[in-house]
Design a protein around this ligand. Structure first.
Ligand code: NAD
Length: 329
């Protein structure tokens, strides 16, 4: 099939090209994202391949339909950026990569926790400048702490297993409880109990109308003072303004995020020579107890292998009129 690949980075191209030797599709790579403004690029393509910050809203979908695009193949699990109702209306199928190495994201959540706690990023810079002082580097033992996990699907479950392995008490909230996790020792609680009792809270649920701004002023007030919040899921789960207030008042002790509400204007790009206009990210960057990475939790060799293989096999299944096992409807 003739596929326009949007938001392409060098690693996307190298992994997709390598796996495409087994599939034989025609891939054209565009660095730009796919949104209403860039739909003219999709003329002549049967399918588009997109990532987390492409904006597939009603207007974009209308143009795709006019250009006779029949398939949207996501290179990710989350699909909050696609208007599924409008896709259905225009008879455009949407497929995703539901699971690719959930450990990649779960391990990144752990990396954020460890770095924030033991301040290895600060120690690294200090020692390089011959500053061997330990002042202000005190952390806490992860062992024995209570970790609250919101969303225990593929990634949340992998994260639960990691934290159990570290000797934490792991509690969770999900609209579907996992018997397997319960048998491993995970205790499901109400959200209010999880907020009040957790030393570390990690978000692993999808972004949708029910979870948008799940972490807001009211929920933050229920957090244990000094708790750590980790978000590797989607920026919109968290009300950034409320988070900034909670950090200023010292009620929130640490924040580690791989995702940010307005990340589409920032993440994945080198903006080091630009003047950033986003006041809230600048405020977040000013806190010593905040660690931000730019949506890299998925970025392992194993995950990129699985993403490329699943994307191309989804497209081949569509082309061959086979059942679309990874269709989002
Ligand atoms: P999944 O579908 O396997 O699991 C999601 C879980 O959330 C499910 O168990 C579901 O029941 C639960 N859930 C749904 N609504 C909920 C609610 N209102 N409250 C609590 N739980 C709820 O998905 P996954 O593969 O584990 O991925 C989770 C999220 O991680 C994705 O939606 C995506 O946004 C994000 N993600 C981020 C990265 C990254 O690089 N940072 C990479 C992959 C996925």
């Amino acid at each position: 099939m003739n596929i326009a690949v949007f938001s392409t980075k060098p690693y996307d191209k190298s992994y997709l090209d390598a796996f495409n030797k087994n599939y034989g599709h025609q891939l054209t790579y565009f660095e730009s994202s796919l949104k209403k403004k860039s739909t003219k690029l999709t003329k002549g393509y049967d399918a588009v391949c997109i990532f987390v910050n492409d904006q597939i809203d009603e207007a974009t979908l209308a143009d795709l339909a006019e250009n006779e695009v029949k398939l949207i193949a996501l290179r990710c699990a989350g699909f909050n950026n696609v208007d599924l109702k409008a896709a259905k209306k225009h008879n455009i199928k949407v497929v995703r990569v539901p699971s690719y190495s959930p450990e990649a994201v779960a391990e990144h959540a752990l990396a954020l926790i460890m770095t924030l706690n033991r301040k290895t990023h600060k120690a690294y810079n200090r020692v390089r400048e011959s500053n061997f002082s330990l002042n202000n580097l005190t952390g806490f033992n992860i062992f024995g702490k209570e970790v609250g996990v919101i969303g225990t699907g593929q990634i949340g479950a992998a994260f639960c297993r990691i934290m159990l392995g570290l000797g934490c008490r792991v509690s969770a909230f999900d609209i579907h409880e996992s018997e397997e996790l319960k048998s491993l020792g995970v205790q499901y609680k109400t959200l209010d109990m999880l907020y009040a009792q957790s030393d570390i809270i990690s978000l692993h649920c999808p972004l949708n109308s029910k979870t948008s701004h799940l972490i807001n002023k009211e929920s933050l007030e229920k957090f244990k003072p000094g708790a750590m919040l980790i978000n590797t899921s989607r920026g919109g789960l968290v009300d950034t303004t409320a988070i900034i207030e909670a950090l200023k008042s010292h009620h929130l002790g640490y924040l580690g995020i791989d995702v940010y509400e307005q990340e589409e204007n920032l993440f994945f790009e080198d903006l080091s020579e630009r003047i950033l206009q986003d006041e809230r990210i600048l405020r977040l960057l000013s806190f010593p107890n905040v660690l931000i990475t730019s949506h890299q939790a998925f970025l392992t060799r194993e995950a990129l292998d699985q993403i490329a293989d699943t994307v191309l096999s989804n497209i081949s299944a569509f082309e061959a009129n086979k059942p679309l096992v990874n269709e989002i409807s």
